[in-house]
Design a protein around this ligand. Sequence first.
Ligand SMILES: [Zn+2]
Length: 378
Amino acid sequence: MSAFDITSENLLGVLALQAHVCSFFKQAYAQRQLSHAYLFIGNYGLGISEALDELAKMLLCPHGGDECACCKRIMHKSHPDVHQFYPQGAQGYVVEQIHDLLDVVHRAPIQAKRKLIVIHEAQSLGASCANALLKTLEEPPASVYFVLVSTSAAQVLQTVSSRCQHIPFTFINQAQAAKLVERAAASTPEQARWALYIKQSPKAAIDFLRSSSKMNIRSKIMHIFAIMPDADSWDLIELADELCVLIQIPLDQKTDEQQADFDRSQDFLSAGARKKMQAVHKRELSRAQQISVEEIIDISASLLRDAMFFSEGAHAEIMNQDAVNICDCLAACASTDAMLATLAYVARAKQQMRAHVSAQLVLEAFFLNVHRTLIAGR
Ligand SMILES: [Zn+2]
């Protein structure tokens, strides 16, 4: 059986959408013409994750991708020869990560004959990281294959993208994306619409709708905006702190996972490598926290945007259809100018808050400032 035969309907049924990608790799593999560096271009949720798994099976499985232990490890994201990198710094990849990556490149594979290195969000490779990577990307050891992933080739540094073979994942339009999200997350069309608006990618929208903690966070934010016209500073601080508790739940879960990961590594990692692992875990955790805070800001921005459309009478434009009452309420007590000023503040806040360490302080300041700009100045 070939690696790219679709034997069971996969998670989203999206690999079928990407038949051209499958047949491309099938052919390249058969003709021994696999390139050592690919750039996958598209949004997650369009089959990219699935294609990565299939490519890993094709490269690493001794039987070309059956359902053996190696394949299972790939599917469970625990194969020691598949290395996935995500940006860990607030501004993207940090050079230290590229040094780690190069260490991995120059070590022999652990279980398979080859290894696959995946660089997610390749647009977050800045100039110094790219420079550190270029030579290896151009001439990696024979056993090493790279896949870089980005939503757009134009956003990746040209020096990097020119060294990769480009694999475009078919663009799907907003209506198709909404259908995909609706089906995969078993959501209503309205939910799919706002989730796509907030998250900007089908995969991220699906993850959002499936996550009870994220849904709780959104409800809490809606509550904050609902009471905002009558709230005082203490109410807002209290609610911001409650939001903080909510974002801490998945972070605690992540800490537990990291600890389990760390405990498992005891048998095969040196003391130095374990120390490094702890540093990586710490960076991952602060990035996860930052993403949660940004998500809160994005949800708030989508509500403010809707309130503005509401006050202008453009009701069909409203994304958060379950927040029409809140829009009504906000429109009654804030002018269009105040809403515009608040939206401008929210956009700035997202940039400014990257440097802060405490999510609690950030969120308290955020909602106080939104309140001041939107309501208190009236
Ligand atoms: Zn296998």
